[in-house]
Every structure is written in C-alpha cells, then in structure tokens.
Design a protein around this ligand. Sequence first.
Ligand SMILES: [Ca+2]
Ligand SMILES: [Ca+2]
Length: 478
Amino acid sequence: MNAPTSRLREEPGPCRQLPGPPASQIVRASLAISLLVLTPVAFASTITVNSTADTMADDGACTFREAITAANTNTASGAMMGECAAGEASPTVDTIAFNISGGGVHTIHVVGGSEGGSDVPFLVDPVTIDGFTQPGSQPNTNVTGALDAMPTIELDGSGSFHCLVVFNGGTTTIRGLVINGCHAESIDLESGSTTFIEGNFIGTDVTGNVAKTFGGAPGLVMFVQNGGLTFTAGGTMPDARNLISGNGGDAIRVAANLNSSISATIQGNLIGTDRTGTAALSNFKGVTSGGAGSDNLILTIGGSTTGAGNVISGNIDAGIELGHFSANSVVQGNLIGTAVDRTSALGNGGAGITADYGPLTIGGTMPGEANVVAYNGGTGVDATSLLTGIFIGGNSIFSNGGLGIDTAAAQSVPVLAAGVFPGGTGVAGTLDSTPSATFRVEVFANDACDRPATARGRCSSAPTTRSRRTAADTPASR
Ligand SMILES: [Ca+2]
Ligand SMILES: [Ca+2]
C-alpha cells in the first residue's frame, strides 16, 4: 500500500496573473537608464546613410555598403558632399544612422553574392546600426503583447547570402531594421563578438505580418569553434523587442563546437508569430542550441521581470530545443504555444520544449518565472534523454499533443485520491516512490477535463508544498 501524501491546499478560480515588479521599480529602472544616457561618453562618429542604392562611388550619396566600409576602415567614402563620413577606430563605436529623403519605407536591395555581386562587408569594427534614426520610424512602445514599431529601413537580402555578419571583438548593436530574403543567415555572429539585436523584424516584410524569406534560411545564427561570444536578442525595454518570424530555418540557432563558450540572452521577442502575436508566422524551430566537445552554452530565455518573457509559438517544429552542452540554461516567463493573451492556441508543431543536457531550469516558483506551455503538437516539456539535473516547476502546461512533461527518470506521478474543485478545500493522494526522500508535489487545476493519462495542469495552486516520506513507509515499487 502507499502512504498518503500531505493534504495540499488548492485555490479555486481561474489562473491568476503573476504580478510584475512594482511600478516604483520600473520608474527607478527608467531613471537609471536615463542617467546612463546622459553620462558623457567618448565621441563616436555618426555615418549617415542617405541613399537606398548599393553603389561604391564618389557620387555624393552615402549608401549602406559605403557606410559599413567607412565604419570598418575609418575612412570617408568619397570627397563629395553627401558621401559617408569616416568612422573612428575601435574602441570608439561608430553609429550608422539613416536619413534617406522621402517618406514611407526605404528598401535597400543589396546586390550580393547570390546575384553575382558581393554581400555587404562583415562588421569588423564595433558599430551601432540604428534604423530608428530614419525620420518616420518608430520603435515599439508596448512592454508586452503586440509590437507597434514602425520600421522604415528594409534590408532586402534576396540578392545576398549572409545579410549581416558580426566579426569584431567590440560591442555591436543592430537595431530597427527589417531584414529579409537572405539566402543564408539574416544575422551571423562570429567568435569574439558581443552583439545586441534590438527592435528588428527578421524574416518578415515591413508590415510584420507576411513572411519574406528564402528557402530554409535561418534568422539569427552562430557557429563558434574554439572561441566564444555573447549576444542579447531583445530585452525588457519595449524598443528592444524583436519580431523573428517567417524564417524557413530556425529563428535563433546557438551552435558551437570544440571548447567554445556562448552566453545568449533572449527576451521580449515574438518568435513564430506575426507582429500582433495573435497569428502564426512560422519559423522552422524557435530557439535551438547544441554543442560538442567541452562547450559551455548558457541560454537565458525569458525571465521573471515584466517584458522578459518571449512568445515562442506558431513554429513548424519545436518551440525551444536545448541540446548538448547547454547546461545552466534557464527558461522562464515565456509563452510557448499560446498567443500573447496567454490562452489562445497557436501551438508549435513539435514539442514545446525539448532538453537533453543539464542542469537546466524550466519555470520556477517565484512570481513571473512560470512558463505557459500549451497547444504544442508534441510533448509539452520533453526531457526523455535527461535522467537528472533538470528542474521543471511552476509552469502552466496543458493541451499539448503528448505528455505534459516526459522525463527519463523512473518517477511515477502522484495519484490523487480525492479533490474538491472548486472550493479550495484540498486534495489527498499517494506517491509511489523512493522511501526516506523528500519530494516536491505541485497541484494544478484545469477548468475543463483534459485527457487523464497525460499528467498536465493549467492553473498552479498556491502554495505548492512538499511531501515527505519516512523510512517507515512502504517501499516504493520503483
Ligand atoms: Ca557614394
Ligand atoms: Ca570604426
């Protein structure tokens, strides 16, 4: 026979929205950032693109290609008025700004390698490329939910292989661009780089509602060998959020080989939806990682602060796929399979999350840490190749095609003997497992019956409690 678990308190009613930080904290954060902006900094050269052409000529126009060259080589693109100014040498970070005459969207078509030309040069000197400097552009202002950004600089990569390649040891920021059509990566990060990718539409047209990609080309990608890099895609401030959707390959692929180290922070983005976050605009997979040898890939996907969570929904295959050597990665506060309203179904075609290397943290018990993992075609959280070292807790996991959570551990699920819902009086049940061990038991409620064999739960109780067995208990059967 089995010993009874502790009685567990259950609160009735719909899922509660977990609170974000107090407004006072947000004000302080904004103030701190304002002070940072006002702090005097070394003068950085601003190079202003004023043409959509893709030429290199002393013709009185500063093209995007010329601007990258001017930032890289720290020389002006020509003598005529209107040519690109010279950049400055690192550690100064040049800014490539835009002031192209006329209203509306300005499309820069690069005659790159796939059209017999050459892709724009690698970014070999640290630089900030800021599409929001173009008059008429607007960064997003919504902390969560739909994106209301109005980007007006479109980098049409349909004639290119790689659209942008970051290949320098300083800090590079790519901001406010629409990047689409590239035959290979939209943005490729190389070893040694530190990159911020903010406020871009990657894989869509300027509306953010229509895919504009080439074949299986991915969005943001790196493959590092014997090196390392750091990147941040998005952030908790509204203007940092990206739309990475419609890519035939993965939206973000974190890949390394041989003694490499990557630190990836991915926050506040819409990955696999349109700009409203209410309709699918599929990538192949959302976020993937994988390494070999003695790599150390640490991904922080989402977070507990307001605006940190991503929407990773509507993708053809998995939402998140954490592969080998992704130890100490954290997945918190994301919507994986739902629309931005947290409840409408978009799904991902495969699992919500797969993980095969630990330790990992998926969810958490503090406010804002839980993920919603729902409506995915496969398992909610698939850790079937991971025996130990994974914490999966506090998440709202429901309506997935497979099990809610599937692990390799030979751990049976608790069996509820009684429950009173709604009303919040409690539940009782049994857990058939290892004697003299402490288990954490989380109790969830669903507002509608789900398939009983798939062990899932939508609304977490509060508080979750621990259940302790003693040596006097009947030994577990497995
Ligand atoms: Ca020129
Ligand atoms: Ca420079």
